[in-house]
Design a protein around this ligand. Structure first.
Ligand code: ADP
Ligand code: ASP
Ligand code: MG
Length: 463
C-alpha cells in the first residue's frame, strides 16, 4: 500500500473551485493519505496585521480584521456545504472568539510576544483544516481535521520553530497511522506545531511545506506532493517572466538555492526532512492536476542546461564597511559579523573586495539602519582614526541569482550573465558566487530587479 502526504497551499484552499479540485485529487488517490493544509491565501498576513494593530492598542481595528477573516471562511463553508456546514461554522466561531480574546489582551498590554503571536496566527490553519476535512467528507472521502499541536513537536523558537524528528515520529505513529488504517484521511494544520508540553509554535512563513515534509518522514511516506497554483518549479517566477517553463526534475541542492534566493514556490529548509528520508518531493498544480510538475530528488540532475532557473529576492539593503586602514587587520570581518549576530540581523550575501578595503553585506532593508548604527558604534574608534572611512548603505536593492548544477565547471557562465545584463543596461552593484558553483548571485537596484531576471532568463532559456 502506498502512502502519500499531500500538502495544499494558500490558494488551493481559498475558493470553492479550488476546494472541489482538492477533493477530486485526494479522492482520486488510493492508499494511505495524509493531507496538510495552509491557511487560505492572505489570511496569515491579515492575522499578523491584526496582531500589530492590537499591539498598538487599536483593539477595534484588530477585531474588525478578525471578523472579516471569519466572514470569508464562513462564506466558503456556506457556498460549499450549505446546511451540512453547521458544525464547521461552529468551529470557526469558537476559534474566532478565542483569537479575539487573545487580541484583546494584546491590546490591553500593548505587547505581543513571539509566543502570543504564534497563538494568534495559528488561527489561519486551524480554520482551514476543518473546512477541507468537511469538504472531503461531503465528497465521499472519510476525513478528520487535526491540529498539529501535540503532533508536530518543535523547540520553543516561537515564530521560527524547528521540528524535533524523534518526538514528532512517535506522535505521528500514534495519531496518524491508526486513522489511516481505519481508512480515514487526517487533515492536519500546516505551519502550526507545538512544544512537547503543548505550547503553540509556528515553523516560519511558508512553513506548511515544512510541516508536510516532517510528517512525510515521520510516517515513512512513499511520496510528498506539494500542491500549489503553478505547475511546478519554473525557470523563473512566472509573475516576472511570462514564458517561464516548468522544470521536470531538479536536485535538492538546486531547489534549496532557488528557495534561498526568493523562489517562494518552496520554502528553504522545508523539503529537507523528506529528501533526507529519500522521499521524492513533487510540486504539482491544484488547478491543473494532470500536469507533470517538478520532481525534486537528492541526486543532481543533469539535463544539459547550464542555468536551470533564475530567481530574485527584493526589499534588501547593501551595507559596505569601507576603510583602507582595515586591510590586513586580523579580526575585522569577525567584528563585522559579531555585530550582525548581536543585532540578530540575517545576512543573505557577503562579498569582500580582494584589496580587503571593504566588506559588503546584504541584509533585509528593514534592518539596514539599525545595523549601520550598530556598526558605527562597533567601529567608532576606527572611524575617528579614519581607519574605517565610513559605513555606507544602499537601499532598496535586490539579489538576482542564476542557479543550476550545469554551471559547475562550465566556463564562461559569468561572462554570459554579465553580457546579458550589460545589454539590458542593468548596473550590477556587487557579485558573489556560491562555493558550490551552483549559483551566481548579484546585487542590483530594486528598480532593475525584474529587468535583470528577464535578461538572464532570456540568455539561458532562449529556445
Ligand atoms: P502556496 O500558497 O501554494 O504555498 P506560494 O505562493 O507560497 O504558494 O508559492 C507559489 C508561488 O511561487 C507561485 O504562484 C509563483 O508566483 C511563485 N514563484 C516564485 N518563483 C517561482 C518559480 N521559480 N517557480 C514557480 N513558482 C515561483
Ligand atoms: N500560512 C502560512 C504562511 O502564509 C504558512 C504557509 O502558507 O505555508 O506563511
Ligand atoms: Mg508556500
Amino acid at each position: 500500500m502506498t502512502r502519500t502526504v499531500l500538502k495544499f497551499g494558500g490558494t488551493s484552499v481559498a475558493s470553492p473551485t479550488a476546494l472541489e479540485s482538492v477533493a477530486r485529487i485526494v479522492g482520486g488517490l488510493t492508499g494511505d493519505r495524509i493531507v496538510v493544509v495552509s491557511a487560505t491565501a492572505g489570511t496569515t498576513d491579515a492575522l499578523h496585521m491584526a496582531a500589530r494593530e492590537a499591539e498598538e492598542g487599536h483593539d477595534a481595528s484588530a477585531e474588525r480584521i478578525m471578523q472579516n477573516i471569519a466572514k470569508a471562511h464562513a462564506n466558503i463553508v456556506a457556498d460549499l456545504l450549505g446546511v451540512d456546514g453547521a458544525e464547521t461554522l461552529g468551529q470557526i466561531t469558537d476559534l474566532t472568539e478565542r483569537t479575539v480574546a487573545l487580541l484583546r489582551s494584546v491590546a490591553l498590554l500593548r505587547e505581543c510576544t513571539a509566543r502570543t503571536l504564534d497563538a494568534i496566527v495559528s488561527y489561519g490553519e486551524h480554520v482551514s483544516a476543518p473546512i477541507v476535512a468537511a469538504m472531503l467528507q461531503a465528497r465521499g472521502v472519510k476525513a478528520e481535521p487535526l491540529s498539529a499541536e501535540g503532533l508536530v513537536i518543535t523547540d520553543d523558537a516561537f515564530g521560527r520553530a524547528s521540528p524535533l524528528a524523534d518526538e514528532t515520529r512517535a506522535r505521528a505513529q500514534k495519531t496518524l497511522v491508526p486513522r489511516m488504517k481505519a481508512g480515514v484521511v487526517p487533515v492536519v494544520t500546516g505551519y502550526v506545531a507545538s512544544t512537547a508540553d503543548g505550547v503553540t509554535t509556528t515553523l516560519g512563513r511558508g512553513g506548511s511545506d515544512y510541516s508536510a515534509a516532517v510528517l512525510a518522514a515521520a510516517v515513512n511516506a512513499d511520496e510528498l506532493r506539494i500542491y500549489t497554483d503553478v505547475s511546478g518549479v519554473m525557470s523563473a517566477d512566472p509573475r516576472i517572466v511570462s514564458d517561464a517553463k516548468p522544470l521536470a526534475k531538479m536536485s535538492y541542492a538546486e531547489a534549496a538555492e532557488l528557495a534561498y534566493f526568493g523562489a517562494r514556490v518552496i520554502h528553504p529548509r522545508t523539503v529537507l526532512p523528506a529528501i533526507e528520508a529519500h522521499i521524492p518531493v513533487r510540486i504539482l498544480n491544484t488547478f491543473a492536476p494532470d500536469d507533470a510538475g517538478t520532481t525534486i530528488t537528492a541526486d543532481p540532475v543533469f539535463d544539459g542546461s547550464v542555468v536551470k532557473a533564475t530567481t530574485s529576492l527584493g526589499e534588501l539593503g547593501l551595507i559596505t564597511v569601507q576603510g583602507a586602514g582595515m586591510s590586513g587587520v586580523p579580526g575585522f570581518a569577525a567584528r563585522v559579523f559579531d555585530t550582525t549576530a548581536a543585532e540578530k540581523v540575517s545576512v543573505l550575501m557577503i562579498s569582500q573586495s580582494s584589496s580587503e578595503n571593504s566588506i559588503c553585506l546584504v541584509v533585509p532593508a528593514s534592518s539596514t539602519d539599525r545595523l549601520r548604527t550598530a556598526l558605527e558604534r562597533m567601529f567608532s574608534a576606527e572611524l575617528r582614526r579614519h581607519d574605517v572611512e565610513r559605513v555606507d548603505v544602499e537601499a532598496p536593492v535586490a539579489i538576482v541569482a542564476a542557479v543550476g548544477e550545469g554551471m559547475r565547471g562550465t566556463p564562461g557562465v559569468a561572462a554570459r550573465v554579465f553580457g546579458a545584463l550589460g545589454r539590458a543596461k542593468v548596473n550590477v552593484i556587487a557579485i558573489a558566487q556560491g562555493s558550490s558553483e551552483l549559483n551566481i548571485s548579484l546585487v542590483v537596484h530594486e528598480s532593475d530587479r525584474d529587468k535583470a531576471v528577464r535578461a538572464i532568463h532570456e540568455e539561458f532559456h532562449r529556445s
